[in-house]
Design a protein around this ligand. Structure first.
Ligand code: TA6
Length: 295
């Protein structure tokens, strides 16, 4: 059913509490029982729970919650550079900076939404000499979470950017996990000197480290978390590319903020603009969004 109205007609809520590391945390609560949590630090979504109370996102037990470090898990926001594809810090500038909460709404239908915003500063300008404004919008319904990212060029020169929602999903067993929808799609293999190839598998399964950028991926993808008996549908708009990442054994050991065995319980399916980067003219605006739904 598409009707998101709560039985009682009561709206949901948005509240601000103290999160991990004493950082403020925003909690969106839908009348169905579904919820989402986002930290203004990084506009980092750290939790999305279904109406039944099941956590859909992975957050590492070892994640740091401190200024200067990115959180490990949830939905890091990558901008304006993906990974180490340029001279900026890995995954860009905004996952380790504050995004104030600028708007909330909980309407009669039950939908709960919030927007966080970050503006370039003299400090970001000293690292990346461009002026920008980004808005991360969250829209929570009973069965879905939509994450909408808008980038605006508020400066006088055009800039190129990459933008990604680096979503970590929680799965019960990586060896009983499949990603569907990428057959026939060209990919760049980040583990093999960026070699390009075409995905031949209908179902992507995991038995080794995987780190691939799928270029021009279909807008509907599916995550089958078989051991949990759960399927998450990923529907993107304005975000042409997708990344599938699992660090497997060795890389997990190398990541100081990630448990050695945690690769078994997560997979990243990332959505965004990567290859090629997008150009934004002065005054220009780009919006991409991804809806995660659980059946
Ligand atoms: O998107 C995949 C990736 O670029 C991987 O190469 C992997 O290192 C991951 O992101 C996490 O990056 P991080 O900087 O958060 O350790």
């Amino acid at each position: 059913m598409d009707d998101q109205r709560s039985e009682s007609g009561t709206p949901g809520s948005v509240t601000i509490t103290s999160g991990r590391g004493n950082m403020p945390k925003i909690v969106l609560a839908h009348p169905s029982g579904a919820s989402a949590e986002v930290y203004p630090y990084g506009a980092h979504v750290t939790s999305w729970k279904s109406a039944a109370g099941d956590e859909l996102l992975f957050l590492s037990q070892e994640s740091l919650f401190e200024p200067g470090s990115a959180m490990r898990g949830g939905i890091p926001v990558v901008f304006p550079q993906f990974a180490d594809e340029g001279p900026l810090p890995k995954h860009g500038l905004v996952r380790t900076r504050e995004w104030p909460l600028v708007r909330t709404e909980a309407d009669e239908s039950g939908t709960v939404s919030a927007e966080l915003e970050i503006l370039s500063t003299a400090e970001t300008y000293s690292i990346w000499p461009h002026r920008f404004r980004l808005i991360l919008g969250l829209i929570l319904n009973a069965d879905s979470l939509t994450v909408r990212l808008t980038a605006m060029n508020t400066g006088d020169d055009a800039f190129d950017f990459q933008a990604v929602l680096h979503t970590y999903f929680s799965v019960a067993d990586i060896e009983r996990t499949a990603v569907q929808g990428l057959e026939g799609v060209k990919y760049i293999d980040s583990l093999r000197d960026r070699t390009e190839d075409v995905e031949t598998r209908t179902s992507i399964r995991f038995s080794e480290e995987t780190d691939r950028i799928y270029v021009g991926a279909p807008d509907a993808l599916r995550l089958d978390d078989e051991a949990n008996g759960r399927t998450v549908t990923i529907t993107k708009q304005g975000m042409p590319d997708a990344v599938v990442w699992n660090p497997w054994v060795e890389k997990s050991r190398r990541l100081s903020d990630f448990g050695d065995d945690e690769y078994r319980r997560m997979v990243c399916i990332e959505t965004g603009v990567i290859a090629p980067p997008r150009s934004l003219a002065p005054g220009g605006q780009w919006t991409g969004e991804t809806m995660f739904s659980v059946g």
